[in-house]
Design a protein around this ligand. Structure first.
Ligand SMILES: [Zn+2]
Length: 424
Protein backbone atom coordinates (compact mmCIF):
# COMPACT_ATOMS: atom_id res chain seq x y z
CA UNK A 1 0.00 0.00 0.00
CA UNK A 2 2.83 2.38 0.79
CA UNK A 3 4.45 1.56 -2.47
CA UNK A 4 1.23 2.12 -4.39
CA UNK A 5 0.83 5.51 -2.77
CA UNK A 6 4.37 6.56 -3.54
CA UNK A 7 4.21 5.46 -7.15
CA UNK A 8 0.87 7.02 -7.82
CA UNK A 9 1.43 8.98 -11.01
CA UNK A 10 -0.69 11.93 -9.89
CA UNK A 11 1.52 14.95 -10.43
CA UNK A 12 0.21 18.38 -9.64
CA UNK A 13 0.42 20.87 -12.47
CA UNK A 14 1.87 24.32 -12.03
CA UNK A 15 -1.64 25.76 -11.78
CA UNK A 16 -2.53 23.42 -8.93
CA UNK A 17 0.56 24.50 -7.01
CA UNK A 18 -0.20 28.14 -7.71
CA UNK A 19 -3.76 27.66 -6.42
CA UNK A 20 -2.48 26.08 -3.19
CA UNK A 21 0.09 28.86 -2.77
CA UNK A 22 -2.61 31.50 -3.33
CA UNK A 23 -4.95 29.80 -0.86
CA UNK A 24 -2.16 29.51 1.74
CA UNK A 25 -1.21 33.19 1.48
CA UNK A 26 -4.87 34.29 1.51
CA UNK A 27 -5.59 32.20 4.60
CA UNK A 28 -2.45 33.58 6.27
CA UNK A 29 -3.52 37.17 5.56
CA UNK A 30 -7.13 36.67 6.65
CA UNK A 31 -6.10 34.83 9.84
CA UNK A 32 -3.51 37.53 10.63
CA UNK A 33 -6.12 40.23 10.10
CA UNK A 34 -8.67 38.47 12.33
CA UNK A 35 -6.10 37.71 15.03
CA UNK A 36 -4.44 41.14 15.04
CA UNK A 37 -5.48 43.12 18.12
CA UNK A 38 -7.43 46.23 17.18
CA UNK A 39 -5.80 49.15 18.94
CA UNK A 40 -8.09 51.93 17.81
CA UNK A 41 -5.35 54.59 17.95
CA UNK A 42 -3.52 55.68 14.85
CA UNK A 43 -0.02 57.09 15.18
CA UNK A 44 0.34 60.80 14.49
CA UNK A 45 2.56 61.79 11.58
CA UNK A 46 6.11 62.44 12.76
CA UNK A 47 8.94 64.39 11.24
CA UNK A 48 12.02 62.43 12.35
CA UNK A 49 14.21 65.52 12.19
CA UNK A 50 12.19 66.89 15.14
CA UNK A 51 13.43 64.01 17.28
CA UNK A 52 16.88 63.09 15.94
CA UNK A 53 19.80 65.23 14.89
CA UNK A 54 21.01 65.21 11.29
CA UNK A 55 24.23 63.40 12.12
CA UNK A 56 22.41 60.48 13.74
CA UNK A 57 19.91 60.28 10.89
CA UNK A 58 22.65 60.10 8.28
CA UNK A 59 24.86 57.63 10.18
CA UNK A 60 21.97 55.30 11.06
CA UNK A 61 20.69 55.45 7.49
CA UNK A 62 24.04 54.56 5.97
CA UNK A 63 24.66 51.79 8.53
CA UNK A 64 21.20 50.22 8.13
CA UNK A 65 21.20 50.59 4.33
CA UNK A 66 24.41 48.56 4.17
CA UNK A 67 23.19 45.92 6.64
CA UNK A 68 19.94 45.61 4.70
CA UNK A 69 21.64 45.10 1.37
CA UNK A 70 24.05 42.57 2.87
CA UNK A 71 21.05 40.64 4.17
CA UNK A 72 19.20 40.81 0.85
CA UNK A 73 22.35 39.69 -1.00
CA UNK A 74 22.77 36.82 1.45
CA UNK A 75 19.21 35.65 0.80
CA UNK A 76 19.76 35.96 -2.96
CA UNK A 77 23.04 34.01 -2.83
CA UNK A 78 21.43 31.24 -0.79
CA UNK A 79 18.44 31.09 -3.13
CA UNK A 80 20.70 30.92 -6.21
CA UNK A 81 22.74 28.17 -4.55
CA UNK A 82 19.59 26.12 -3.94
CA UNK A 83 18.34 26.81 -7.48
CA UNK A 84 21.68 25.59 -8.89
CA UNK A 85 21.25 22.35 -6.95
CA UNK A 86 17.68 21.95 -8.18
CA UNK A 87 17.81 22.92 -11.86
CA UNK A 88 21.44 23.30 -12.93
CA UNK A 89 24.06 20.75 -14.05
CA UNK A 90 25.00 20.37 -10.38
CA UNK A 91 21.57 18.86 -9.81
CA UNK A 92 22.17 16.16 -12.43
CA UNK A 93 25.56 15.31 -10.91
CA UNK A 94 24.05 15.16 -7.45
CA UNK A 95 21.28 12.90 -8.68
CA UNK A 96 23.76 10.65 -10.48
CA UNK A 97 25.72 10.40 -7.26
CA UNK A 98 22.70 9.43 -5.20
CA UNK A 99 20.47 7.38 -7.48
CA UNK A 100 20.53 3.69 -6.73
CA UNK A 101 22.87 3.80 -3.78
CA UNK A 102 20.79 6.27 -1.83
CA UNK A 103 17.54 4.45 -2.58
CA UNK A 104 18.81 1.35 -0.80
CA UNK A 105 19.77 3.22 2.37
CA UNK A 106 17.63 6.38 2.30
CA UNK A 107 18.01 7.12 6.00
CA UNK A 108 21.82 7.04 6.03
CA UNK A 109 22.22 8.99 2.79
CA UNK A 110 19.38 11.26 3.82
CA UNK A 111 21.19 12.41 6.97
CA UNK A 112 24.44 12.93 5.07
CA UNK A 113 22.79 14.90 2.26
CA UNK A 114 20.58 16.96 4.60
CA UNK A 115 23.46 17.91 6.89
CA UNK A 116 25.84 18.77 4.00
CA UNK A 117 23.14 20.77 2.25
CA UNK A 118 22.31 22.85 5.33
CA UNK A 119 25.98 23.33 6.18
CA UNK A 120 26.68 24.50 2.61
CA UNK A 121 23.72 26.87 2.82
CA UNK A 122 25.11 28.42 6.02
CA UNK A 123 28.57 28.65 4.46
CA UNK A 124 27.21 30.49 1.41
CA UNK A 125 25.79 33.04 3.85
CA UNK A 126 29.01 33.31 5.88
CA UNK A 127 30.81 36.08 3.93
CA UNK A 128 27.72 38.29 4.23
CA UNK A 129 27.42 37.53 7.94
CA UNK A 130 31.10 38.39 8.46
CA UNK A 131 30.75 41.68 6.60
CA UNK A 132 27.64 42.49 8.60
CA UNK A 133 29.39 41.83 11.91
CA UNK A 134 32.47 43.82 10.87
CA UNK A 135 30.27 46.82 10.09
CA UNK A 136 28.48 46.48 13.44
CA UNK A 137 31.84 46.31 15.24
CA UNK A 138 33.07 49.35 13.32
CA UNK A 139 30.23 51.54 14.59
CA UNK A 140 30.60 50.16 18.12
CA UNK A 141 27.29 48.29 18.14
CA UNK A 142 28.91 44.84 18.44
CA UNK A 143 31.25 44.44 21.38
CA UNK A 144 32.56 41.07 20.12
CA UNK A 145 35.87 40.45 18.43
CA UNK A 146 35.93 38.30 15.30
CA UNK A 147 36.98 35.14 17.21
CA UNK A 148 34.13 35.31 19.73
CA UNK A 149 31.68 36.16 16.97
CA UNK A 150 32.85 33.22 14.86
CA UNK A 151 32.42 30.80 17.78
CA UNK A 152 28.81 32.04 18.04
CA UNK A 153 28.37 31.49 14.32
CA UNK A 154 29.72 27.94 14.60
CA UNK A 155 27.39 27.16 17.51
CA UNK A 156 24.41 28.60 15.65
CA UNK A 157 25.40 26.58 12.58
CA UNK A 158 25.64 23.32 14.55
CA UNK A 159 22.17 23.95 16.00
CA UNK A 160 20.73 24.94 12.60
CA UNK A 161 22.20 21.84 10.91
CA UNK A 162 21.15 19.48 13.72
CA UNK A 163 17.55 20.71 14.04
CA UNK A 164 17.18 21.24 10.28
CA UNK A 165 18.49 17.77 9.43
CA UNK A 166 16.16 16.18 11.98
CA UNK A 167 13.19 18.02 10.45
CA UNK A 168 14.21 17.05 6.88
CA UNK A 169 14.73 13.42 7.91
CA UNK A 170 11.28 13.46 9.45
CA UNK A 171 9.82 14.83 6.21
CA UNK A 172 11.56 12.19 4.08
CA UNK A 173 10.44 9.42 6.40
CA UNK A 174 6.83 10.64 6.32
CA UNK A 175 6.98 10.88 2.51
CA UNK A 176 8.17 7.27 2.26
CA UNK A 177 5.61 6.11 4.78
CA UNK A 178 2.55 8.09 3.64
CA UNK A 179 3.29 8.92 0.01
CA UNK A 180 1.52 11.94 -1.49
CA UNK A 181 -0.44 12.49 1.73
CA UNK A 182 2.69 13.01 3.85
CA UNK A 183 1.82 16.69 4.26
CA UNK A 184 -1.00 15.82 6.69
CA UNK A 185 1.20 14.22 9.39
CA UNK A 186 3.93 16.64 8.24
CA UNK A 187 1.81 19.66 9.21
CA UNK A 188 1.03 18.08 12.58
CA UNK A 189 4.77 17.53 13.05
CA UNK A 190 5.62 21.16 12.24
CA UNK A 191 3.03 22.44 14.72
CA UNK A 192 4.32 20.08 17.43
CA UNK A 193 7.91 21.18 16.69
CA UNK A 194 6.98 24.87 16.88
CA UNK A 195 5.34 24.36 20.29
CA UNK A 196 8.28 22.25 21.49
CA UNK A 197 10.90 24.81 20.40
CA UNK A 198 8.91 27.69 21.94
CA UNK A 199 8.69 25.75 25.19
CA UNK A 200 12.21 24.27 25.32
CA UNK A 201 14.09 27.08 23.54
CA UNK A 202 14.50 29.42 26.54
CA UNK A 203 15.65 26.55 28.76
CA UNK A 204 17.80 24.62 26.28
CA UNK A 205 18.87 26.78 23.30
CA UNK A 206 19.19 30.32 24.71
CA UNK A 207 21.62 29.36 27.55
CA UNK A 208 24.08 28.07 24.92
CA UNK A 209 24.70 31.68 23.88
CA UNK A 210 24.10 33.71 27.04
CA UNK A 211 23.93 33.48 30.81
CA UNK A 212 20.44 33.88 32.20
CA UNK A 213 20.15 34.71 35.87
CA UNK A 214 17.14 35.26 38.05
CA UNK A 215 16.81 39.07 38.21
CA UNK A 216 18.10 40.27 41.57
CA UNK A 217 16.06 42.33 44.03
CA UNK A 218 16.09 45.95 42.98
CA UNK A 219 14.04 48.62 41.22
CA UNK A 220 13.77 46.65 37.96
CA UNK A 221 12.42 43.54 39.69
CA UNK A 222 10.07 45.65 41.79
CA UNK A 223 8.74 47.27 38.59
CA UNK A 224 8.06 43.86 37.05
CA UNK A 225 6.25 42.60 40.16
CA UNK A 226 4.19 45.81 40.55
CA UNK A 227 3.11 45.86 36.92
CA UNK A 228 2.39 42.12 37.02
CA UNK A 229 0.13 42.72 39.99
CA UNK A 230 -1.60 45.63 38.26
CA UNK A 231 -2.36 43.48 35.21
CA UNK A 232 -3.02 40.28 37.14
CA UNK A 233 -0.49 38.50 34.95
CA UNK A 234 1.57 35.49 35.95
CA UNK A 235 4.87 36.43 34.32
CA UNK A 236 6.62 33.18 35.19
CA UNK A 237 10.36 33.70 35.68
CA UNK A 238 12.08 37.10 35.75
CA UNK A 239 15.57 36.96 34.26
CA UNK A 240 18.49 39.17 33.36
CA UNK A 241 20.65 38.19 30.39
CA UNK A 242 24.26 39.22 29.86
CA UNK A 243 23.54 40.79 26.46
CA UNK A 244 26.39 43.26 27.00
CA UNK A 245 28.90 40.56 26.05
CA UNK A 246 27.78 41.05 22.43
CA UNK A 247 26.05 44.35 22.06
CA UNK A 248 25.61 47.84 23.42
CA UNK A 249 21.95 47.72 22.33
CA UNK A 250 19.14 47.61 24.88
CA UNK A 251 16.13 45.31 24.82
CA UNK A 252 13.75 43.10 26.75
CA UNK A 253 11.50 40.25 25.70
CA UNK A 254 9.02 37.63 26.86
CA UNK A 255 9.82 34.05 26.02
CA UNK A 256 8.67 30.51 26.67
CA UNK A 257 5.27 28.97 27.35
CA UNK A 258 3.95 27.01 30.33
CA UNK A 259 6.79 26.02 32.66
CA UNK A 260 9.39 28.07 30.75
CA UNK A 261 7.37 31.30 30.59
CA UNK A 262 9.57 34.29 31.49
CA UNK A 263 10.33 37.98 31.16
CA UNK A 264 13.95 38.66 30.21
CA UNK A 265 15.67 42.04 30.59
CA UNK A 266 19.00 42.89 28.96
CA UNK A 267 21.65 43.85 31.50
CA UNK A 268 22.25 46.92 29.31
CA UNK A 269 18.66 47.96 30.00
CA UNK A 270 18.79 47.39 33.75
CA UNK A 271 21.97 49.42 34.12
CA UNK A 272 21.49 52.55 32.10
CA UNK A 273 17.84 53.53 31.79
CA UNK A 274 15.82 56.25 33.57
CA UNK A 275 13.16 54.73 35.83
CA UNK A 276 10.16 55.88 33.76
CA UNK A 277 11.63 54.45 30.53
CA UNK A 278 12.47 51.18 32.26
CA UNK A 279 8.85 50.93 33.44
CA UNK A 280 7.70 51.66 29.90
CA UNK A 281 9.70 48.68 28.53
CA UNK A 282 8.54 46.37 31.30
CA UNK A 283 4.89 47.40 30.84
CA UNK A 284 5.23 46.63 27.11
CA UNK A 285 6.62 43.15 27.86
CA UNK A 286 3.94 42.43 30.47
CA UNK A 287 1.33 43.42 27.87
CA UNK A 288 2.65 40.56 25.70
CA UNK A 289 2.36 38.18 28.65
CA UNK A 290 -1.10 39.47 29.54
CA UNK A 291 -2.44 38.98 26.03
CA UNK A 292 -0.74 35.61 25.51
CA UNK A 293 0.98 36.87 22.38
CA UNK A 294 3.30 33.85 22.10
CA UNK A 295 0.25 31.56 22.03
CA UNK A 296 -1.38 33.90 19.52
CA UNK A 297 1.64 33.48 17.25
CA UNK A 298 1.64 29.71 17.65
CA UNK A 299 -2.08 29.52 16.91
CA UNK A 300 -1.56 31.53 13.73
CA UNK A 301 1.25 29.18 12.67
CA UNK A 302 -1.03 26.20 13.34
CA UNK A 303 -3.76 27.69 11.14
CA UNK A 304 -1.39 28.46 8.27
CA UNK A 305 0.70 25.32 8.58
CA UNK A 306 -1.38 22.64 6.77
CA UNK A 307 -1.69 24.55 3.47
CA UNK A 308 1.94 25.68 3.69
CA UNK A 309 3.17 22.10 4.13
CA UNK A 310 0.87 20.95 1.30
CA UNK A 311 2.53 23.62 -0.87
CA UNK A 312 5.98 22.35 0.19
CA UNK A 313 4.98 18.76 -0.65
CA UNK A 314 3.62 19.68 -4.12
CA UNK A 315 6.42 22.11 -4.95
CA UNK A 316 9.02 19.62 -3.69
CA UNK A 317 7.58 16.93 -6.00
CA UNK A 318 7.48 19.37 -8.89
CA UNK A 319 11.11 20.49 -8.50
CA UNK A 320 12.66 17.14 -7.55
CA UNK A 321 14.78 15.48 -10.28
CA UNK A 322 12.53 12.44 -10.59
CA UNK A 323 9.38 14.40 -9.72
CA UNK A 324 7.10 12.25 -7.52
CA UNK A 325 9.32 9.17 -7.98
CA UNK A 326 12.04 10.89 -5.92
CA UNK A 327 9.59 11.47 -3.08
CA UNK A 328 11.08 10.50 0.27
CA UNK A 329 14.54 9.93 -1.22
CA UNK A 330 17.70 11.94 -0.48
CA UNK A 331 17.86 13.18 -4.08
CA UNK A 332 14.65 15.13 -3.40
CA UNK A 333 16.24 17.14 -0.57
CA UNK A 334 17.48 20.23 -2.49
CA UNK A 335 14.02 20.65 -4.05
CA UNK A 336 12.40 20.17 -0.65
CA UNK A 337 14.67 22.76 1.00
CA UNK A 338 14.00 25.27 -1.80
CA UNK A 339 10.25 24.73 -1.44
CA UNK A 340 10.53 25.20 2.34
CA UNK A 341 12.55 28.40 1.85
CA UNK A 342 9.88 29.83 -0.48
CA UNK A 343 7.11 28.90 1.97
CA UNK A 344 8.93 30.34 4.99
CA UNK A 345 9.69 33.62 3.21
CA UNK A 346 6.05 34.11 2.21
CA UNK A 347 4.67 33.13 5.62
CA UNK A 348 7.20 35.22 7.51
CA UNK A 349 6.27 38.29 5.48
CA UNK A 350 2.61 37.92 6.44
CA UNK A 351 3.53 36.93 10.01
CA UNK A 352 5.63 40.09 10.37
CA UNK A 353 2.48 42.10 9.65
CA UNK A 354 0.70 40.31 12.50
CA UNK A 355 3.74 40.89 14.71
CA UNK A 356 3.68 44.64 14.00
CA UNK A 357 0.01 44.85 15.09
CA UNK A 358 0.76 42.85 18.24
CA UNK A 359 3.70 45.15 19.04
CA UNK A 360 1.66 48.29 18.48
CA UNK A 361 -0.98 46.90 20.79
CA UNK A 362 1.64 46.21 23.48
CA UNK A 363 2.74 49.86 23.17
CA UNK A 364 -0.85 51.03 23.67
CA UNK A 365 -1.26 48.76 26.68
CA UNK A 366 2.02 50.09 28.11
CA UNK A 367 0.62 53.61 27.72
CA UNK A 368 -2.53 52.55 29.58
CA UNK A 369 -0.47 51.04 32.39
CA UNK A 370 2.01 53.89 32.80
CA UNK A 371 0.14 56.86 31.28
CA UNK A 372 3.55 58.20 30.39
CA UNK A 373 3.83 58.97 26.66
CA UNK A 374 6.93 61.06 27.37
CA UNK A 375 8.67 57.95 28.70
CA UNK A 376 7.70 55.97 25.59
CA UNK A 377 9.07 58.72 23.35
CA UNK A 378 12.28 58.94 25.40
CA UNK A 379 12.61 55.17 25.27
CA UNK A 380 12.08 55.02 21.50
CA UNK A 381 14.70 57.70 20.94
CA UNK A 382 17.13 55.88 23.18
CA UNK A 383 16.39 52.48 21.57
CA UNK A 384 17.02 53.92 18.12
CA UNK A 385 20.22 55.62 19.26
CA UNK A 386 21.71 52.65 21.12
CA UNK A 387 20.73 50.18 18.38
CA UNK A 388 21.70 52.57 15.58
CA UNK A 389 18.23 51.95 14.14
CA UNK A 390 16.91 53.99 11.25
CA UNK A 391 13.81 55.79 12.63
CA UNK A 392 12.01 55.67 9.26
CA UNK A 393 13.29 52.72 7.19
CA UNK A 394 12.15 52.26 3.58
CA UNK A 395 8.63 50.89 3.22
CA UNK A 396 9.62 47.77 1.27
CA UNK A 397 12.07 46.72 3.96
CA UNK A 398 9.59 47.38 6.76
CA UNK A 399 6.93 45.39 4.84
CA UNK A 400 9.22 42.40 4.28
CA UNK A 401 11.30 42.28 7.45
CA UNK A 402 9.81 44.65 10.06
CA UNK A 403 8.61 42.82 13.19
CA UNK A 404 7.88 46.06 15.10
CA UNK A 405 6.37 49.38 14.07
CA UNK A 406 9.08 51.82 13.00
CA UNK A 407 10.52 54.27 15.53
CA UNK A 408 8.65 57.22 13.97
CA UNK A 409 5.37 55.26 14.17
CA UNK A 410 5.99 54.40 17.82
CA UNK A 411 6.77 58.02 18.66
CA UNK A 412 3.65 59.01 16.67
CA UNK A 413 1.55 56.64 18.77
CA UNK A 414 2.79 58.25 21.98
CA UNK A 415 2.02 61.70 20.50
CA UNK A 416 -1.55 60.58 19.68
CA UNK A 417 -1.90 59.41 23.29
CA UNK A 418 -0.53 62.73 24.52
CA UNK A 419 -3.22 64.49 22.49
CA UNK A 420 -5.86 62.50 24.27
CA UNK A 421 -6.60 59.73 21.78
CA UNK A 422 -7.66 56.54 23.56
CA UNK A 423 -8.52 53.02 22.39
CA UNK A 424 -12.16 52.78 21.43
ZN1 LIG B 1 7.19 43.64 22.05
Amino acid sequence: MERAARNRPAKPGGLGILAVAGAAVTLAIVAAWLMAPKTGISPAAVDVSDWFDAEFLSSSTSFRDGQRWLYVCQLLAQTLFLLALVVGPLSRRLRGLLTGRAATRPALYGVAVAASLLLALQTVGLPFAIASHERAAEVGLSTQGFGAWFVDWLLATVIFVAIGSAILMGALWLARRFGARWWIPGAAGVIATAVLITWAGPAVLSPIFNDYEELEEGPARTDVLRLAEATGVDVGGIYRVDASRRTTGINAFVDGIGTTKRVVLYDTLIAGLPANQRRSVIAHELAHAERNDLWRGLLWVAIVCPLAVLFVALMGDRLAPGRASSRGLPEALPALVLAIAIAITAIQTVGNGLSRSVERNADVRALELTDSPGALIGLQRRLAETNLAQPDPPGWSQFLFGTHPTTDQRIGLALSWQRGERPR
